[in-house]
Design a protein around this ligand. Structure first.
Ligand code: NOJ
Length: 747
């Protein structure tokens, strides 16, 4: 007892001391910022709000060769750079910044989206792992490598909810679900920022693209967004709020207009919500050229108006449009813009530079030896392999064709992706033009696993986008000589990503025909699909016994895929997005409303919310994914039948591993508010747990439902609960609900 009291006493003093010291630190930075600001000319202030890209050099990566930019840096007219790769180059530019009158250090940003040198799975793939710790670690390692390479700021995480797989940028996010997306946003921010700015391995995170970019109409990149306030607040904003709560230091505006107002000039988004209601203290950067693009939107007439609209709205830094640099000073001088708007933006940016420690030592991140060591760290590759295998989703495994024995007599590996190396990295990976030794191809991964006596055969069959079937004969001949055939197909790495919207999301080229042609010979076939988005491959699903969806897995792709094929890892991934049967079903997402004429099955086609020529179901639903083992769910218990608003309810159930392999299951809890003053989704993910079970083992899972999980925005857009009945659904996917009960919220 006494010990406890001493502990509590100490703890409270430590807490008080901590808050005092943090408070003192904030105050002292704020004083320093004010004193720098007081020395700055208006042009120097505007310079801090100006960000340029390095010029790309094929051989050595991006560096600014442009003499004009260099002169501007020397005059203190540039606040930040992006796309400057490597310590040597960044240092050169920082030295130029040190020639400026006030020697304000530059900030170096980069799109470190899924790894720096060690390339992790694309973010959508990582989301399929449902493993928050692994996702955080991936971001942590990316930050460590990037920081060692002179980067202090990553333009990630991308936290846009995406319900349309035609949109190429689904590869950068966490998929369609707000709850999962919010947890992943948090994990990524924590990973990037580590123990906080100022540490040598922390980079600033940037929650993007604010806001609602994922809802671009028709899935066409950069398109307009037209959205109700309810959908904005309930579906699209929460991951941004989660990123902010996790400490995200910067936000990036999106390219789209939201209900007619471009996000970069959107006061409601930036001032009212982000800097007002949410009290965001970091700074906002525009997306590339987005300030100037408001002219194309038809929102402003010229760059002067663009600059004015953006700074008024609350966009602090202009990435590459030069509207701020060319017009803000003049606007202030002419009395059209109060200097306070510029000062506020400058303060926000300088604060981060102080927090990063750049004023103490502008060169602190430029240590070439450290850079070399961090970029060749074998521990990083191990972590990349671990999350890569966790990201793989087993879509089908008839008659337990997988896992394969490594001592089969012969295996044929067929398809355009078998021997590809760089393709495995996916979009938004950093280029290392003269080095691919750190990337494992699928062929290599499989070769490393098989026994000495196993014959490995290869045929390409076709290219990714080929229309020619010339290679089919060789593929068939090769398959005939093998006991088992692996066909590896998918998208090229540049078919998903920015500006990569596709109206046709079927397997590209003649790849599905190749699968058909090889399948005709009757050998057992495993299909591996690598892609940046959900694809459509119905024939394959209906006829091929085993399918692995591997997304783009990064530098350890080959090893991770081989681990799964040969059973060294039992697949545990679950889809973070619905896979449509046809493009005509899009947008298709699990948490839709019921409508007045719901379609409950496929025979319900008339006078129902459904197409007469398409199923109501996706091909694979959100949350779907198989394992080499099987799981049984049982004994759902609710701690209470009725609860009051401030009470909680505990949901418990058992999961048993009923198969012969140890395996991980992602148990999912969905909730439905059956009747409310505004209609509610048919189900919403409210919790999940990924657990490892040995064969025969049973574990009990407990989830707590509280007020927050039952709340929504009512007709007046007020957040809260309403009394009534709720369904609790527990299952292995959003469709495969295995246990269900109801409870009532009273008062
Ligand atoms: C445009 C993209 O939309 C954004 O995500 C990225 O961070 C910037 N370009 C910088 O490369």
């Amino acid at each position: 007892m006494a010990k406890q009291m001493v502990f509590r006493f100490l703890f409270s003093w430590i807490t008080i001391f901590y808050f005092f010291s943090v408070d003192a630190q904030i105050k002292s930075i704020s004083n320093k910022v004010d004193s720098v600001l007081s020395l700055m000319s208006i042009d120097e202030k505007v310079g801090q709000l100006n960000q340029y890209s390095g010029d790309w050099d094929e051989a050595i990566g991006p560096i600014t060769k442009d003499g004009d930019k260099q002169n501007q840096i020397k005059k203190g007219l540039v606040g930040a750079m992006l796309n400057v790769k490597g310590v040597a180059h960044a240092k050169q530019l920082q030295l130029m910044a040190m020639q400026s009158r006030l020697k304000i250090p530059l900030l170096f940003g980069q799109d470190v989206i899924h790894g720096y040198k060690t390339t992790f799975p694309i973010p959508l793939a990582e989301a399929a792992s449902w493993d928050l710790e692994a996702i955080e670690l991936s971001a942590r390692i990316a930050a460590t490598e990037a920081a060692a390479s002179g980067v202090q700021w990553t333009f990630a995480p991308m936290v846009d909810i995406a319900r349309d797989p035609r949109w190429g940028r689904v590869m950068e996010g966490a998929g369609e679900d707000t709850y999962l997306g919010s947890l992943i946003a948090k994990a990524r921010v924590k990973g990037f920022q580590g123990k906080g700015l100022g540490n040598m391995d922390a980079v600033m995170a940037c929650a993007k693209h604010y806001a609602a970019y994922g809802a671009a109409i028709g899935g066409r990149d950069y398109n307009s967004v037209d959205m109700s306030d309810r959908t904005l607040w309930e579906v699209y904003l929460p991951p941004f709020k989660a990123a902010l709560d996790a400490g995200a230091t910067t936000f990036m505006t999106s390219f789209n207009d939201l209900n007619g107002i471009p996000a970069t000039g959107n006061k409601y988004l930036l001032r009212t919500i982000l800097k007002g209601k949410w009290n965001f203290k970091g700074f906002v950067v525009s997306d590339w050229g987005a300030v100037g693009e408001m002219i194309n939107h038809g929102f402003v007439k010229n760059n002067t108006e663009a600059a004015l609209a953006a700074i008024y709205a609350g966009c602090d830094m202009d990435m590459e449009s030069r509207s701020y640099k060319n017009h803000l000073s003049q606007l202030v001088k002419e009395g059209k813009l109060p200097i306070a708007f510029v000062d506020e933006a400058v303060k926000r940016i300088l604060t981060k530079k102080f927090e990063l420690g750049l004023f103490d030592n502008p060169f602190k991140f430029f240590d070439e030896l450290r850079e070399k060591n961090e970029l060749n760290n074998v521990e990083h590759a191990k972590a990349a392999r671990d999350i890569a295998r966790k990201s793989i989703v087993l879509l089908k495994n008839e008659n337990q064709l997988l896992p394969l024995s490594p001592s089969l007599k012969s295996i044929a590996v067929i398809g355009p992706l078998a021997k590809e190396v760089k393709q495995n990295l996916g979009f938004w990976s950093i280029e290392w033009p003269n080095d691919s030794s750190y990337i494992t191809s699928q062929w290599q991964g499989i070769s490393n696993k098989i026994s000495r006596n196993t014959k490995l055969l290869y045929a390409k069959g076709a290219g990714i986008t080929d229309t020619s079937r010339a290679g089919f004969a060789e593929a068939i001949l090769t398959a005939k000589q093998a006991d088992v055939v692996i066909i590896t197909v998918g998208e090229a790495r540049d078919m998903s990503g920015e500006a990569k919207s596709r109206s046709n999301i079927h397997l590209p080229g003649v790849q599905e025909e190749l699968i058909k042609a090889v399948a005709a010979i009757g050998k057992p076939i495993i299909v591996i699909i690598s892609a940046g988005r959900p694809l459509i491959f119905n024939w394959t699903t209906d006829h091929i016994p085993a399918i692995l969806y591997t997304w783009w897995l990064g530098s350890e792709a080959g090893n991770a895929i081989a681990d799964v094929i040969f059973g060294d890892y039992n697949p545990s991934g679950k889809l973070p997005m619905s896979f449509p049967m046809a493009e005509g079903q899009i947008p298709i997402y699990y948490n839709h409303f019921n409508t007045g004429r719901p379609a409950n099955n496929d025979s319900d086609r008339f006078y129902r919310s459904a197409y007469i020529d398409l199923s109501i179901y996706p091909k694979y639903e959100f949350g779907y994914g198989l394992s080499y083992t099987t799981f049984n769910y049982s004994n759902l218990q609710l701690s209470k039948q009725k609860i009051k608003k401030d009470e909680t309810i505990t949901v418990s159930f058992n999961i048993t591993n009923t198969g012969k392999y140890a395996g991980e299951e992602v148990a999912q809890l969905y909730l439905r508010d059956k009747f409310a003053s505004v209609v509610r989704p048919v189900k919403e993910l409210k919790n999940f747990r990924k657990i490892l079970l040995q064969p025969g083992e049973t574990k009990t899972i407990h989830f707590i439902i509280d007020k927050e999980k039952l709340s929504f925005y009512n007709a007046q857009m007020k957040w809260g609960t309403e009394p009534g009945e709720f369904d609790i659904m527990v299952g292995t996917s959003s469709k495969k609900i295995l246990l269900q009960k109801s409870f009532t919220l009273i008062q």
